[in-house]
Ligand binder design. Structure first.
Ligand code: SAM
Length: 230
């Protein structure tokens, strides 16, 4: 899977996407992430990518021309399955959307700044608008990093069996059960007996019950979504 990300701050994306599972996914040839500096597509002495907003008011708006030039160049090189704009008024990113995006080949992400991008860019190019939560970030880079990480780890082969995404929260609309490691007795706090029993079926049942309990107490809304009647 390939992500192209248009940004005025590529530095903000380098660290999160160059470590741990994302780096391993790239090393395995399963994930490519290409960062494009928007200023390279701006003209004029100052390579300005923003301008005052029509109608007045505080805050600058990202100009359409550099974004259009960048998107046009990239679209001439390959076909994108989605052109995503990260924005607080977009569709909320959830596991179902991550699962869906992980099936795609080429995804382009446009990161906004200031007051956002000129709306005509959204109308002309953007196929999917994504929010990572009901709060406002300074720019779209952290949202883009969240999208690449949450989607990238779902690409078949990125995670090994032990860390399989199938056992993570939100798959099946359940939260993950509690987990423990050694020592079995830490300062008098003991690991649940069943996990030490080696009895696979009992362990599986215990984990499932714990998942349901956790979801009931912390996120009952997920159980309503699943319709499984727990
Ligand atoms: N004026 C915009 C509004 O109120 O909806 C907020 C602009 S914000 C300061 C600058 C940029 O950060 C946005 O264009 C968007 O790309 C990104 N951004 C901010 N919050 C976000 C969120 N919750 N999810 C995704 N992207 C976000």
């Amino acid at each position: 899977m390939r992500f192209d990300i248009i940004t005025v701050l590529p530095e903000l994306l380098e660290s999160p996407l160059n470590h741990s599972i994302m780096q391993r996914a790239k090393d395995k040839g399963l994930l490519e992430v290409h960062l494009h500096q928007l200023r390279d597509y701006a003209t004029g002495k100052h390579r300005q990518v923003d301008d005052y907003q029509f109608g007045g008011g505080a805050g600058m708006v990202m100009k359409p021309e550099p974004i259009s030039a960048c998107i046009s160049k990239l679209c001439a090189e390959r076909t994108y399955d989605e052109i995503i704009y990260t924005t607080p008024d977009g569709q909320m990113l959830d596991q179902a959307l991550c699962n869906r995006l992980s099936m795609k080949q080429n995804v382009l992400i446009l990161c906004g700044h200031y007051k956002g991008v000129d709306d005509r860019i959204r109308q002309k190019y953007v196929t999917l608008e994504v929010s990572i939560g009901d709060y406002v970030l300074s720019g779209g880079e952290l949202a883009a990093a969240v999208i690449v990480d949450s989607v990238g780890r779902l690409i078949p082969g990125v995670l090994n069996d032990e860390t399989s995404a199938l056992f993570d929260s939100f798959q099946d609309n359940l939260l993950a059960p509690p987990v423990y490691t050694r020592p079995a007795d830490w300062n008098g706090m003991k690991v649940p007996e069943v996990l030490l029993s080696g009895h696979e079926k009992n362990i599986e049942e215990w984990r499932h019950e714990q998942s349901i309990e956790r979801t009931k107490t912390r996120r009952p809304d997920l159980l309503e979504k699943s319709g499984d009647g727990y």
